[in-house]
Ligand binder design. Sequence first.
Ligand code: KG4
Ligand code: ZN
Length: 324
Amino acid sequence: MIILGIETSCDETGVAICDNSKIISSYTKTQSIHTKFGGVVPEIASREHEKFLPEITDKVLKDSKLKYSDLEAIAVTSGPGLMGSLLSGISFAKGMSQGLGIPIIPINHLEAHLNSAFIEFEALDPPFINLLVSGGHTQLWLVKDLFEYTLLGETLDDACGEAFDKGAKTLGLNYPGGPEIEKLAKKGNKELIDFPRPIINDGTYNFSFSGLKTSLINCVNKNEYNLSDVAASYQEAIVDCLVGKLKNSMNDLNINTGIVCGGVAANQRLREKLNELDKTIIFPSLKYCTDNADMIAFLGEKKINNNSAKIGINFSAYSRGMVV
Ligand code: KG4
Ligand code: ZN
C-alpha cells in the first residue's frame, strides 16, 4: 500500500510516503523562525504549516517518482499537540483525501513515536520499554505487544526538553536549548555543582524537572561558577533522572530492551550513560527520534493492514493524551 503521512503537531512540518513498510520519500522542515522568539509561537507555527505543506508534499511526491493518483491512503497526526498546528495538517490532509477519493486515518503522535523504532529495526520484538524525551513529553512506556502500551510514568511538571530549553534561557543561550547546553557542557566540570535529582528514588517511574530549573536560577544568580561548569552539572542532573528511571523500570519489570526517542535522545551524554547500563538500548536514527511524518505514514499503514485503523473524515484535533 502507498500511504502519505502528514505530521504538524508542533514546529516540524513533515510529509512522508511509506510503501509496504518502507519509507520511500520523506521531508521534515524544522521551522527556524521560532529561534528569534526563544520558543515555539503557536500561531506562527500553524501559519508556517499551512504555507509549506503544499510545496513539501509536491517535493516528496516528486522525489518518490509517484503521482498524486498513486496514493492509496493518507495518515495524519490528530493529536496531541498544538491545536492550530494540528488543524493545519488535518485540514490539508482531509482536503487531499476528499480530492483524491482515498481513505484518511488519524494517528496519535505518541503512538507513532512508540512504533517508530520498527521502521529501522524490523525484527524488534516486544516487550520493550520506550523512553520518550522531547520538548513536550517525558514519558516511560511499556510496549507489551503490537498496539499494546502501558504508561509507566511521566513528568509531573516540565518535560526534560523544556528543562533544557528554559535552562538555556537562564544561561543566556539560544533556543532550542538542548544542543546549546550540551555544547557548553563539553567544556565544563559535571561534578562541580550538586544539582538535585528530583524524585529519583521515590519508587515511581515519574519525573520532575521544575525544581531543578529553580536550583539553576538560584545558582546562576549567585554568580559563583563558570557557566560551562553550571551547564555540565545541570545536564548531568537531567541525564541522571532519565537514566535512573529507565534503569529502574527495566530492572523491576525484567525487560532487557530499552528504546529512546524524542529530540533529547540526540544528547551525547545521555547516550553515553545509557550505553553504560547492562542492557540493550536502541537509539533510532535522529530523523526518527524527532518529529517526522515517516512514523505517521508507517503506523497508518500498519493499522490499515491490521484492520485497526479508524478510517474516515469524522475526526478532529486534540491537544492532550493517548488515543489508540
Ligand atoms: O522531539 P523534538 O524534536 O520536538 C518536540 O518536542 O516537538 O524535541 C525538541 C527538544 C527541545 O527541547 C530541544 O532542546 C531538545 O529536544 N534537544 C536536546 C538536544 N537536541 C534537541 N536536548 C538535549 N540535548 C540535545 N543534543
Ligand atoms: Zn514528538
